[in-house]
Design a protein around this ligand. Structure first.
Ligand SMILES: [Zn+2]
Length: 316
């Protein structure tokens, strides 16, 4: 819009904070070889050929395992009977970490991906896009994604904002996010020429930390458009998320607020666990659930009174 061409440094800066730190020492010995990435496909069992093996690291000719990238945790599962603990991507090479596999180059292996994990990660990933949109709608247009992490128990989104969010703002963000879920919007994914995408959507598309190459993978959910390398393909529309629950927010550094949330079955489990705890406390106090707060205040006041009485008696 200003007629300026973005420099290489601009893109590097965009990506720096999203880059995964890996223990380079562990893998430096492996000669890199290209892996065909198939991890956007909803395939959970496949055969592949071993291209390279070094210690606990295995490179396959092709893989459906999603490597940890763009703030999203990796897929897990098995290569033959060996548990895949970690999957990372360096350049065009994808490395699977699995102990005691006893494999050699050229072996054909049977791979199995943890289906449930992959689906939950996809849901939480899509929820990140939606929370980002909702935060911007509720707080203001200056909100920019500063980082994210997508795991199975919860996801988090760090946004640029000068103060922690109020209860009212959190409620509003959750409401807007769940409205997007209820509207059952399609999750559209398409590859675009980088220049065209920047012209059409602006540089906001890079806030998720996608690495701009000649083409960019655009993910569009309603009005929210981002260049993104995460997994969304397992979901066709927002309704499949079930719901989105904000677990909490906190200020993690000057100008950065962290929002933690989960969705679907994970959100339901979280609420059930809260309900169980509340139920147990109510039982212990011998009151109804809705009377727990009053009962706690009364108990605390009684305890304070008793402590004071004891102090007076003992003359401490
Ligand atoms: Zn994404």
């Amino acid at each position: 819009q200003l007629g300026l061409e973005p420099t290489k440094e601009f893109y590097e800066l965009l990506n720096r904070k999203h880059t995964v730190t890996i223990k380079k020492k562990e893998i430096v010995e492996i000669e890199p070889v290209e892996t065909i990435p198939l991890y956007y496909e909803p395939v959970f069992e496949f055969e592949a050929k071993v291209s390279r093996v070094k210690d606990d690291y295995i490179i396959l000719d092709r893989t459906y395992f999603f490597p940890r990238q763009g703030g999203q945790e990796c897929d897990k599962g098995f290569i033959n009977d060996c548990e895949v603990e970690e999957v990372i991507k360096i350049g065009k090479t994808i490395l699977h970490k699995a102990r005691n596999c006893n494999l050699k180059e050229g072996d054909t292996v049977k791979c199995r991906i943890d289906r449930e994990r992959k689906i939950i990660l996809s849901r939480h990933h899509v929820a990140t896009h939606i929370i980002n949109y909702a935060a911007r709608k509720v707080i203001g247009n200056w909100v920019w994604q500063a980082g994210s992490n997508v795991d199975v128990d919860k996801a988090r989104l760090d946004i640029t904002h000068f103060e922690n969010l109020s209860e009212e703002e959190i409620e509003k963000i959750e409401k807007v996010a769940n409205e997007i879920v209820d509207r059952d919007l399609p999750i559209e994914i398409y590859v675009m020429n980088r220049i065209d995408a920047e012209k059409k959507y602006g540089f906001r598309i890079y806030q998720g930390g996608a690495i701009p190459e000649k083409t960019v993978r655009i993910v569009k959910i309603g009005e929210e458009v981002e260049a993104c390398s995460g997994t969304h393909n397992l979901l066709k529309s927002t309704k499949e998320l079930g719901n989105i629950l904000i677990l909490g927010t906190k200020r993690i550094q000057d100008g950065i607020i962290r929002i933690e949330f989960c969705s679907g079955e994970t959100a339901l489990s979280y609420l059930r666990e809260k309900e169980r705890i509340l139920n147990e406390v109510a039982k212990k106090l011998g009151v109804k659930e809705e009377e727990v707060v009053d009962a706690c205040i009364k108990l605390f006041e009684a305890w304070k009174k008793e402590r004071k009485r004891l102090k007076d008696v003992r003359g401490i």
